[in-house]
Design a protein around this ligand. Structure first.
Ligand SMILES: C[S@@+](CC[C@H](N)C(=O)[O-])C[C@H]1O[C@@H](n2cnc3c(N)ncnc32)[C@H](O)[C@@H]1O
Length: 256
């Protein structure tokens, strides 16, 4: 039987997709703002999503995806899948999410890109073992009730030597459990605390996100939605600033 945590996130994201699925919202993450002088060149149409794209570019950019078979776990509205397919040129790109409304949105919105979008559960990936060169996972693993099952499932579908390019946040007191779940399955090629860069991205996006929240959701939900979206001054934003929550990016290797 699915846990409360899994059921909560399932219906929360279906609700969100229902509210924003007709808008041009193709990312559901807090974003990343690089150090001064490291500007990512983007086509004009992608500028609106610059902070969210920069997060994908940072996480995936630690390992070349060109010519590789890539799986994304928890693709949301598919903005990351679209960006990586167009700018990083993998041989194939498959993307799963447990939210059927998000997958339906992705199949319509990103149809020309030849991405294989499917419904799936991150904790029980429905692919043969040793199928992929790389797995991308951005800002989603905190939703999974069984994070150990997620890492074990990714390890099973990766080829030996393949990479899990993974980023997410946790409360500070859950960091050692996160490390343990990772170390049980992978070698850590790199691990970086990117919290300051996420805070800078939130400072860039807060006005736009606050306007979207006010346009798309009933007033009674505004405080909860603003906190969820991490706008400046919200409880989640403050928890990054005061160090209670930490955002990390990893390159993880399946042992050969
Ligand atoms: C914060 S959003 C991130 C989406 C996307 N990676 C992005 O950065 O735009 C988290 C996503 O995780 C998905 N998710 C939550 N639990 C899941 C599970 N057990 N299996 C697959 N996807 C899940 C949600 O449906 C949602 O699309």
């Amino acid at each position: 039987m699915p846990s409360f945590r899994q059921t909560f996130w399932k219906y929360w994201y279906q609700y969100l997709s229902g509210r924003i699925g007709t808008d041009a919202v193709t990312f559901l993450n807090y974003g990343y703002w690089p150090p001064e002088g490291e500007t990512l060149p983007l086509d004009a149409q992608d500028e609106i999503n610059r902070p969210a794209i920069q997060l994908y570019n940072y996480v995936a950019g630690t390992w070349p995806l060109s010519g590789k078979n890539v799986l994304e776990v928890s693709c949301g509205h598919g903005g990351g899948a679209s960006f990586l397919t167009r700018y990083h040129h993998p041989a194939s790109y498959t993307a799963i999410d447990q939210n059927p409304k998000a997958i339906d949105f992705c199949q319509k919105t990103h149809a020309p890109l030849n991405i294989n979008f499917r419904i799936g559960d991150a904790q029980a990936l429905d692919f043969p073992e040793n199928s992929f060169d790389a797995v991308i996972n951005v800002e989603a693993s905190h939703c999974y009730p069984d994070q150990g099952a997620f890492f074990a499932s990714v390890k099973r579908v990766l080829k030996p030597g393949g990479r899990l390019l993974h980023a997410d946040f946790r409360p500070r007191d859950e960091l050692s459990q996160w490390d343990n779940d990772i170390s049980a399955n992978f070698q850590i090629a790199s691990k970086t605390d990117i919290t300051p860069h996420v805070i800078r991205a939130l400072q860039h996006t807060s006005n736009r996100i606050r306007d979207l929240v006010h346009q798309l959701t009933p007033k009674v939900l505004h405080p909860a939605m603003e906190a969820f979206a991490g706008v400046e001054g919200s409880s989640i934003y403050n928890s990054f600033v005061n160090g209670e929550r930490v955002y990390q990016s990893f390159q993880l290797v399946k042992p050969a």
